[in-house]
Structure formats: structure tokens, C-alpha cells
Design a protein around this ligand. Sequence first.
Ligand SMILES: [Ca+2]
Ligand SMILES: [Ca+2]
Length: 486
Amino acid sequence: MKNSLRSLILGATVVCAVTASAADEVQPFTLPMSLQPTQAEFDRFTTLNANNDLKEWQFNDEENFIYYAYSSTKDADDWVFIPVTLTAKDTYLKVSIEALASGASGYYDENFELAIGSAADAASMRTILTKTVDKDAFTAYETTFSNTITGTGWLGIHATSPKNSRTLQIRNIALQSYATPIPLQPVIKASSTDNLEYTATITMPSQTVQGNAIEGKVNLRFSVDGTVENTYTDLTPGNDVNVAATLTKGEHTMTFVAYLITDGETTESQPVSETVTAKDPNAQYTLPFSFGPTGQIEFDECVWFDTNGDDVRWQLKYLNGDPAFYYKYHSKNQANDWIILPAVNFGTTDKIKISVEAATEGTFKEAFEVYLGKEPTIAAMTIKVIDEPEFATSKAWRTYDATLDTEGGIWHVGIKAKSAADQYGLYVRNIQIESLNDPTGVDTIDADENAPAEYYSLQGMRLAAPEKDQLVIVRKGSKSYKAIMR
Ligand SMILES: [Ca+2]
Ligand SMILES: [Ca+2]
């Protein structure tokens, strides 16, 4: 339309009568072509009102789309021809557009065809896609097709809606060479995550998107959470590749992309992904320690012991939406079930406050104990810090805490359910440990307080009579700590 309009204007100017045809000369787009379009781009299109009525393709310059509005007397038969430069290499092409039918919500669908041809006329066009548009939101349509045209070719968009429809709108018109082989997706044949170690077997594609066998070698890119972990090159199409990665604790997305390099041009498959969860069996927490459990990942950092072997054991359960450790009742057995938390490194801290929250499912009485131990075993749970022989809260949380003198290094918290048989349910959550040491790590004591005590130098030498203001190690019974003499 724009070309014909310009012909009229320029044709009226005698001086430019010859150059008018020059201005009319086709300005083809080059591949890859991607048109919103703009007004300037639309001016390079050629339109054809083949049914010779009052309706033809127009351009919406507010939202940048082309549209064909319905006629009440004739079915649409209107073309837009878009010129594009094609070479002998462009033997396979991919076209995509977005279209909407403005009346689709009122059952007015629209019809269109896409075509390719060597001239901007209907007779030259070869149809490559026929579609009914039944959505009133822009929706993508695409197809691939073989091509033999070289030089200037024309992409045709053909409105074929029946009369008395509404408006067919089209935008985001893209045409690209599709001759370069594109690999199909790789396949995750098998994978496993053992603590922090992820391994997988990936089957490489043997076919291209274009439907041909991949010639030569194929490559694989392996990413963890979007960051390239490794690339594997010169792989045989169809073969399996073993991949491995060491992860950090938590959830990760593993993504695999096959790619080909053809004459220096890289083409990629669609990505294939999976999400995995890595556990760290040697994870050490430090003080202050705060442990939900926040969910299954933290729960799985703990070890549970169904000591009485009755299959009722500690599990993860949500109470009022919050995750917690949960021990359900057994109708005949008293609970004798442990859950032991991951390691907490106290460092040099030897005075702590520990707290937990507990609740009961109902009004039945529950019972539990909290221990500290140097190893994640029941046998190592030697220091009992909390003992609740009987309580009931009907789903309300109750806080228990204790302060104690201990020693530095690695500790585990153990929680033992000991509810009587045939109760209802016990929840524990929010285990917290904080240091009560002076931030300097040194206590101040009076020499004659807590006597009798033994005093040692920091080098471990027994001191018969430590001096005032001297920093010493005090040993009293099984306990020892640093102190300044007063
Ligand atoms: Ca028309
Ligand atoms: Ca049990």
C-alpha cells in the first residue's frame, strides 16, 4: 500500500518520473529478520487487496502491529508481501509471527496463511502455514520450510478470514535461516545425588531439529544454577556421557544443553533441566545455633532412631503451617525414639543456654528429654539438659530452656521422645544454643569462691598459688575454664 501510495505522489512529479521507480525499488530485509514492525518497516512491505474491496492491510502506529479489519460483503483475500534477501545457503528457513483475533471472545475467529514466493504477487506464493486464530491475546505461530529461492524472496501473509469477522492483528514477524543443523535436546538417562556428589548419565542427541542425523561430533554444556560447570566436546551423537559435580548443601538446578559448531556457527538445543537436593553430612553449625527444622532438607541432616523398632518414629510434620519434629503415638508401646541434630561446633564456648519449643497434638500427656552428646549416637547422649516428664498444650508452643557449663568442641543435640503408649502426638522445634561466655572467653572469679579448685597456667602447669590478675585455667571436678584471679 505504501509503495503504491508513494508511486502516486512521486509519479505526479515530472522530474522524478524515472527515479520514482528507483525509490519504488524493493528494499529487502536480510536474515535473520525480526520486525515488530515499525512504520518505516511497514513502508517496505507491499500490500495486495486481491478481493478489490474497501478493506486492506493497515498499520497501527500506536502499538506497532499490522491488521486486517473485516468486510461485511467479502471474505478476506488480502496479502502483505515482505521482501527478504535469500542466498543459496538458505535452504531451510523458520518463520514465526504473533497473531490475535480481536473478536475471539465473541467467537469471531480469523484465518491466515503464510507463504513464500519469488515475486510480490499471489500467483507466485507457495503456502507454508495455514492457521485459524481463536485467541484474543497475541499468540505465537511458527513453521519451518525448505527453500530454493535465491536473491529477493517474498514472505507472504495472507488474510483469509470470512466476511463479518472482526480484526486480525499480526506482529513480531521473524524469519531466520534454519539450514544450520540444530541438535535436539540431550536426555537425562539417570542421575543421583549422594550427599554433595551429583552424578548423571546424559544421552546425547543423534538427530537435528531439522530431522537429519547429526553429522560429525556434538558437544554438551552442563550448568549448575545457571553457571557453567563443565563442557564436554567431540562427543559421538547418540552416545552416553557421564557427568559429575560437587555441590553445596541445598537445592540446585542442573541444566544440559547440546550444541553443534557448523562452519564456525554455534547452534544450541533446547535446555533440559532437573532440580536436585544436596546434603552435607559433615556440615558443622556454629554458635549461636538455631535449627528449625525449616523443612525436609534440615530434617534430613538429622538422624533418627526407632529404638523400640515399632515403625513409629520422629518425622517432619507441619503444625499450623510451621515445620517441626513430630513423634506420633503408638497404641501399645511407650516411645523410645531419638532424633539427633547435626554437629554444632562450640569453639571455645563452655557456658551455654539451650532452648527448644514443644507442643502436644491434643490434651494427651507427652514426654521428652533433650541431651547433648559428642557424637550423633544414642550412646554418646550422656548430658541430659531438659526433662519434661508430662505435659499437654493442645497445639500451643511452650519454650523449655536450660543453662549449663560444658566444654568447647563438637556437640550434637539429641531429642528423646518418651511419651507413654497410646497418647496422641509430640512436636519439637526451634532448637537454639547460645554462648553465655564473656565475649573475651574469660571469666572473672574470686579466688576463694567455689573452692576447692585447682589452678593451671595456660601452658598446663599446675599453679600452687596463682597471683592476683593472673589469667589461669581453673579445674573444679570434671569442669575447667579460663579465669582471671581477683
Ligand atoms: Ca480486501
Ligand atoms: Ca518407635
